[in-house]
Design a protein around this ligand. Structure first.
Ligand code: GSH
Length: 218
């Protein structure tokens, strides 16, 4: 049975899970759910994921939802290499960095929020775009302040990449989507560069996914 994930090339939460699986060297199959065309709302997928979002992670038939819960589960069933530290203070720091994007910045720029701004509040596309840029900038600025208090060495918590790096790298991909200049955020840019120098990150990048290639050929 192994590991399957329902994901989507453009999904940052799917990116997070893809990187974690690749850092751990765990093979998986990705089943695409096109969240831009609304496939997440089809009845079949609602039985897979009650929230109608990706990713959904399936391990030997058992489902886990939410990228953070999935990465924690992976660390428990396959502890090497560890993505979340064992020391309580370090673990809390890793989760804090992760949640700044997972819980705070990223949910504000998901398709369901952007679509709701347009349909319920008649926001024009330039306003929705400005909204996305605003919240992504807030996230970048938060990370820059934090990384200047505790400089990466070379990753956020030390010598090896982990949960915090995965989440920050995903936030940087969002910044790419909304065409933000990273030069005001040099510590974030350097950390992302280190991450994407690793195959686990670079091959998980949305633009490296078969779905992106297929979509860009159309
Ligand atoms: N907090 C969730 C985020 C789930 C989520 O919002 N996923 C997005 C893609 S990154 C999605 O499926 N959006 C569908 C929509 O907004 O309609 C996680 O980290 O797994």
């Amino acid at each position: 049975m192994g590991i399957q994930i329902y994901g989507f090339w453009r999904s940052i939460a799917s990116f997070r899970v893809r990187v974690a699986l690749k850092l751990k060297g765990l093979p998986f199959e990705e089943i695409p759910i096109d969240i831009l065309s609304g496939e997440q709302f089809e009845a079949g997928y609602a039985t897979v994921n009650a929230e109608r979002v990706v990713p959904t992670f399936i391990h030997d038939g058992h489902s886990v939802y939410q990228s953070l819960a999935i990465i924690e589960y992976l660390d428990e069933i396959h502890p090497t290499p560890r993505l979340i530290p064992q020391d309580a203070k370090e673990r809390a720091y890793a989760r804090s960095l992760a949640l700044m994007t997972v819980a705070d910045a990223h949910p504000l720029v998901t398709p369901r929020v952007r679509n709701h701004l347009a349909t319920a509040f008649r926001a024009e596309s330039h306003a929705v775009e400005a909204w996305g840029k605003h919240w992504t900038t807030e996230g970048l600025a938060t990370y820059e302040r934090l990384l200047s208090h505790r400089p990466p060495e070379p990753f956020a918590l030390g010598a090896e990449p982990g949960l915090a790096d995965i989440c920050i790298a995903g936030h940087v991909v969002t910044a790419e989507y909304v065409k933000l200049d990273l030069s005001p955020y040099p510590a974030v840019a350097r950390l992302a560069e280190r991450c994407f120098a690793m195959p686990a990150f670079s091959t998980s990048h949305p633009f490296e996914q078969p779905g992106y290639r297929a979509a860009s050929k159309r």
